[in-house]
Ligand binder design. Structure first.
Ligand code: 13P
Length: 256
């Protein structure tokens, strides 16, 4: 795998099918200057196949916002990792804090989803972790990150060419309009990296993991997140819905 940086758009449940198709077309037209696996878009389930058709012939990668842990069966409403691959996805967001909050996703579910994604060749999980405001205010952030990583990743075997992305998304920064200070994000990423080093060894973390930041990144604050040692990319919400703003963000992180 490459250790290039990555910028991922999470469109959440913010666009209709028609709007997703339009945005995919805009992104395809504007993002002509990036390599494979540098820019990824994650539409809702309903839009994935259409968006996949639109971005054919571009270097834009495709991801889903969730996955179920079983492969096939009587699980109404759910979609498996191999089905996502068949629809064109390489990436899958797992354990987003919005799903933890609104769908009651818990540690066990997140761990099982991660295993399900890793079982499908060439798929890349994006595991979201992050503290809430109360935990941050009371200086429990480091412990929370440690705990979330342990719960999600303990017992996982990382194969030679397997890529795993950990997204640090402080819950209190998501959708707030204000990202955290880049230095604070860099520090949190260092805690994540050290924890992963303990779990998997430095070489595996260096070769197989990326640690990216998400939470109110926009065209005005992105510059502060460039060039930081511990930040391998970004997971962008609302700013990714405007193709020009998303292009600006991607350029700042991915171009020298
Ligand atoms: P915002 O960029 O809208 O804060 O969302 C971040 C996020 O949750 C990405 O997954």
């Amino acid at each position: 795998m490459s250790k290039n940086k990555i910028v991922i758009a999470n469109w959440k449940m913010k666009l209709t099918l028609a709007e997703s198709k339009k945005l995919a077309q805009d992104v395809k037209e504007k993002f002509t200057n990036f390599s494979e696996d540098e820019v990824v878009i994650c539409p809702n389930f309903l839009s994935i196949c259409e968006v996949n058709n639109i971005i054919q012939g571009s270097t834009i990668g495709l991801g889903a916002q969730d996955v179920f842990w079983e492969e096939l069966g009587a699980y109404s409403g759910e979609v498996s990792a191999s089905m996502l691959k068949e629809a064109g996805c390489k990436y899958v967001i797992i354990g987003h804090s919005e799903r933890r909050k609104f769908l009651m996703e818990n540690y066990e579910m997140i761990h099982k989803e991660l295993k399900a994604v890793l079982a499908v060749e060439n798929m890349v999980p994006i595991v979201c972790i992050g503290e809430n405001w109360d935990e941050r205010k009371t200086d429990r952030r480091d412990y929370v990150l440690f705990e979330q990583l342990q719960q999600a990743l303990t017992g996982i075997e990382v194969k030679d060419n397997q890529e795993i992305i950990v997204a640090y998304e402080p819950i209190w920064a998501i959708g707030s309009g204000t990202a955290i200070e880049p230095a604070e994000a860099d520090y949190a990423h260092k805690i994540i990296r050290l924890t992963l080093n303990d779990m998997f060894g430095e070489d595996v973390v260096e070769n197989n993991f990326k640690i990216i930041y998400g939470g109110s990144i926009n065209k005005d604050n992105v510059v502060g997140f460039n060039g930081l040692d511990n930040i391998d990319g970004l997971l962008v919400g609302v700013a990714s819905l405007n193709p020009d703003e998303f292009l600006h963000v991607a350029n700042k992180i991915l171009k020298k």
